[in-house]
Design a binder for this molecule. Structure first.
Ligand SMILES: [Fe+2]
Ligand SMILES: [Fe+2]
Length: 221
């Protein structure tokens, strides 16, 4: 038993294989990138959010671990990936020797990261939602096609830049997006991603922060 680190999790053979399988599963259906790149980004952002809000070093590391593993359940299938991801994460981290109280925190965050109707149940969950739901980027789109795409893919394709800014002093978490309005207009963006923005707002509020959205430097929420 000991403090399992994010670098140990990243190096773990099973974690690597299952994250690769999750991405392959999504590649097969043409769905956007959900592998190592997304895992690393969600992990970094989840950790950064708690860093800027002055959480303990260990909470930051647990957020990094939960962020890294949050979508590993997609290796099985996507509709219940939160549940399967929580169970897989528990198996992997238990085998590595993680303490039970930390395991419980991780499986809650992984298992609840898609919740839409309720407030996140923990700071770690809120951090993972912020890490996950801010990853909107054209590089996640795999298809070369530029016509007949669904709205979700078009939003990702249109998003040239995405940055999450955390300001502890003003207690504000801002998502700054640069959208190519030749690909999608702002109205369509909101139609497609409103639910996601509300998840980000709830997560920010749980961390006692306001959520602000900027699209092409205009303030929207
Ligand atoms: Fe997910
Ligand atoms: Fe995700």
């Amino acid at each position: 038993m000991g403090n399992i680190t994010i670098s140990e999790v990243k190096k773990d053979h099973y974690v690597r294989v299952f994250l690769g399988a999750a991405d392959n599963n999504f590649a097969a259906i043409g769905y956007k990138e959900h592998g190592l790149r997304h895992a690393k980004l969600a992990s970094n952002i989840a950790g950064n959010v708690l860093t800027y809000l002055n959480f303990s070093k260990r909470d930051i590391e647990l957020a990094q671990i939960a962020g890294y593993l949050h979508d590993i359940g997609n290796s099985i299938e996507m509709h219940q990936h939160t549940l399967s991801g929580a169970i897989l994460s528990k198996r992997f981290l238990q085998r590595m020797g993680m303490h039970n109280n930390e395991l419980a925190k991780i499986i809650t965050a992984v298992g609840s990261h898609e919740e839409k109707d309720i407030m996140p149940g923990s700071e770690l969950t809120a951090a993972v939602i912020l890490g996950d739901k801010t990853d909107v980027h054209h590089s996640r789109v795999r298809t070369e096609k530029r016509t007949g795409l669904d709205e979700h893919t078009r939003v990702n394709l249109a998003c040239k830049n995405s940055f999450l800014r955390v300001d502890a002093e003003s207690k504000t978490i801002s998502l700054e997006l640069t959208i190519d309005t030749k690909i999608i207009d702002i109205g369509e963006y909101f139609e497609t991603f409103l639910e996601r923005m509300l998840q980000l707002k709830k997560a920010s509020n749980y961390l006692k922060c306001m959520f602000v959205l900027y699209v092409n430097k205009n303030k929207f929420l």
